[in-house]
Design a protein around this ligand. Sequence first.
Ligand code: GLU
Length: 502
Amino acid sequence: MRLRFAPSPTGSLHVGGARTALFNWLLARRAGGSFLLRIEDTDRDRSRPEHTEAILSGLRWLGLDWDEEPVFQGGGIERHRRDALRLLESGRAYRDFTTQADFARARKAAVESGTGSVARLARNLAARIPADEERRRAEAGEPFAIRFRVPGGETVWDDLVHGSTRFANDQIDDFVILRGDGSPTYNLAVVSDDAAMAITHVLRGDDHLSNTPKQILLYRALGIDPPAFGHLPMILGPDGKRLSKRHGAQAVGEWAAEGILPAAMINFLALLGWSPGTGEELLARDELIRLFSLKRVLRKGSVFDREKLHWMNGQYIARMADDELAGALRARLREERTRRGAVEPGDDEAPAHEASEDATLGEEGFRRMAAALAPRSRTLAEMARQARPYLGPVRSYDPKAVRKAWMRDPEATAATLLATAEALAESEWEAEALEKALRSLAAGRGIGAGKLFQPLRVALTGVAASPGIFDVLLILGRNRSLGRVRRAVRHIRRAAADLPSR
Ligand code: GLU
């Protein structure tokens, strides 16, 4: 099996293209076949090398490795022309000398007389010219396009997704294969290239369905066996319309920036139009390769659900080994620093005390932090955001958390926090001992554990929600924890002094 992904470099890699690439890749890897790339760069106005680069790097990020060097369609133009001329010589195509002005005139006449289909005009204008006149005018140097002569009858193929599919040929106009400027059109270039690359299976979006009969007719006219064709259902936005930028359909690079893991993205994309039939949703790459089959590709469109992508990503994060997770989070933090540095030069300089605090979290603390944040994070970006209180000082306290946890009774809270600091200071720094110390302190003061934990949480992290309080203490370590509690007490007392007296 030789499959290909054939993007036009007119933009980045988006969900639809990524899904097409993935399905081709899965099929190739499952069958032990080849997955090839062809960059369809013949639209000179809209194709850009930076888009090619973005597409390749998107594929690399997803881990969709390709076999052989990518083919650039622009490199095949001589062959495309030869194929067009071959069709001309065999009478399967003809020259069309119609100028824009001719066409406009004929169109006007047709509209005025109310006769004839405007769509057929060009074909009829051109097809009326006898063959010898055609040759004579060409020899005289008159410019022409080449049109394929669509035969009568029906074009039928067994679509790998939709099953038997048929088009009546009289619904297909004689289409241009080589323009007046000598450039090939899409249908000719694709057929010529797929044949040259010995592609056996063409798997692409439903938006190409109406191109397929034209391409099959071209194959036949060229005397080449057509490959098998399969058309993947469209990806829809939540409103049921074809997914577009309007729906926030992002480029693959943006998913990466959002902190989506490639493995989760692959899993998510695989389920856009395919299911293993077992109801299972979390499927690793090698399971996908093992299970994937075109028989289970859906025929109708599937909805792109961002929430589900985030959920799935959270599942992948939660299942990562601690070391791997710590590595991914470190990479993410590094990246964010670089990005901030690039956007706001100078702003990235951490104050000296922060830098040293960061350093003292240490390998073990960092790993513990990553593990504690994992069940609470759906993306690496969320995780990095939540990691902030552990990697630098608490720069500010969340006002709502302060009101609720501290300021209802500031004096009592400050006293409880001081007692907490004392109890912690005497405890061994280990989960069980810390828990015992805090629970017996709460009991001794006749308050519920929650009354102790929540003010402490705000003191340690600045916010109302965090991993379990003992995890937080272990991540931060003894000195930093005690320092933060004392600082919180000072803050509460200052704030209470500023409060208007009742
Ligand atoms: N270049 C075409 C596109 O980006 C794909 C052509 C094909 O797969 O046959 O839609």
